[in-house]
Design a protein around this ligand. Structure first.
Ligand code: NAD
Length: 323
């Protein structure tokens, strides 16, 4: 019998790619998702269980039916700006409901857990590269909710073995073109730049070009969603073998500026990206780049797709995606 893994948020951008990677590794991914933000069309590699992680009876039924041996928990709200406008809605969905999921896992004896966290737990960087020992200091409610769940998992370490994966900027699309990012509304830079270039979105707004960075625009660390998915499969194995590190950064270790991303998108898409420069956005650190030493050593993981590959896959996807 194939081994089942419960993937919460499995109909979302990253979760659906994780489901594909799990299926390729011989697991049966069970996508557990409300479909509030995710899409039924992106669930292709195992069953869809439509439900809320806060709904204990729905969860109990899914555990009983599929008997998962582990949980990969990606479900949550993801918008930094929205989290500042609606903090209680974010705390309820991301913290309270994650705690309910952890309780359900304990009750069903599922002791292996991989959690989608974020580099936003670190807040404003104190060093050029962020490693996992950097102090915590989230500046958004979103980051605060992720840190709260990390701490809750650490407090239950005797019952649940877990690892938290702190993603930097997830980007790209499935290299085979089967699935990709389809957020509504979209707020991530790469899809917005591509849509502007394709003429299906508004001209891109750049939040400031007077930062203390080489070209004045913010620098971020982008990692291909298929590389991220691969890291989850490795993380499951790591947890099963009793790996000790509580968290890993998932980034490339390289920073690219907003200007570089705009130029690369124009070059690969064959048309310039219409854009204008506006004011800085409060709370944006000028530079966020991962130190990936730990994840390379412990999981043997390193991203294999560079910014060009990410943008090329994302352009191909956005030309054909359901809108
Ligand atoms: N996209 C990024 O760059 C990025 C960076 C850092 C961390 N993350 C984290 O990765 C995870 C996945 O992000 P994504 O970009 O795929 O987002 P997404 O919105 O595409 O996926 C999240 C999924 O969770 C589902 N969901 C939300 N609340 C739920 C609930 N209470 N019960 C069941 N399902 C629920 C949504 O319907 C959606 O399908 C999130 O936890 C996010 O915080 C993403």
């Amino acid at each position: 019998m194939s081994r089942s893994i419960l993937v919460t948020g499995g109909a979302g951008f990253i979760g659906s790619q994780v489901c594909k990677a799990l299926a390729q590794a011989g697991f049966t991914p069970i996508a557990y998702d409300t479909l509030e933000k995710g899409h039924a069309w992106s669930v292709k590699w195992g069953p869809l269980e439509q439900g809320d992680i806060g709904d204990r009876s729905r969860l109990d039924a899914a555990f009983a039916r599929h008997k998962p041996e582990a949980i990969i928990h990606l479900a949550g709200y993801i918008e930094v700006g929205e989290s500042m406008r609606e903090p209680e809605r974010y705390r309820h969905n991301n913290i309270d409901k994650s705690l309910a999921l952890i309780k359900a896992a304990e009750a069903h004896g599922v002791g292996h857990f991989v959690f989608s966290s974020t580099c936003a737990v670190y807040g404003t960087p104190k060093r050029p590269l962020l490693d996992e020992s950097h102090s915590f200091g989230p500046v958004s409610v979103y980051g605060e909710t992720k840190l709260a769940v990390e701490k809750a998992l650490r407090a239950r370490a005797r019952k649940i073995r877990s690892v938290c994966l702190r993603y930097f900027n997830a980007a790209g699309a499935d290299p085979d073109g089967e699935i990709g990012e389809a957020h509504e509304p979209e707020s991530h830079l790469m899809p917005l730049a591509i849509d502007a270039m394709l003429g299906v979105g508004k001209p891109l707004s750049v939040f400031g070009d007077d930062w203390d960075t080489p070209d004045g625009t913010c620098v971020r660390d982008y990692v291909h969603v298929a590389d991220l998915a691969d890291a989850h499969v490795r993380a499951l194995d790591y947890v099963a073998k009793g790996g000790a590190a509580p968290a890993f950064n998932l980034g490339s270790g390289h920073g690219y500026s907003v200007k570089q991303l705009i130029e690369t998108t124009g070059r690969l898409g064959g048309k310039p990206v219409p854009h204008s420069v506006g004011a800085r956005r409060p709370g944006d650190p000028p530079k966020l780049v991962a130190d990936t030493t730990l994840v390379r050593r412990e999981l043997g993981w390193s991203p294999s797709r560079d910014l060009d590959a990410q943008i090329a896959d994302a352009i191909r996807w956005r030309r054909k995606m359901p809108r």
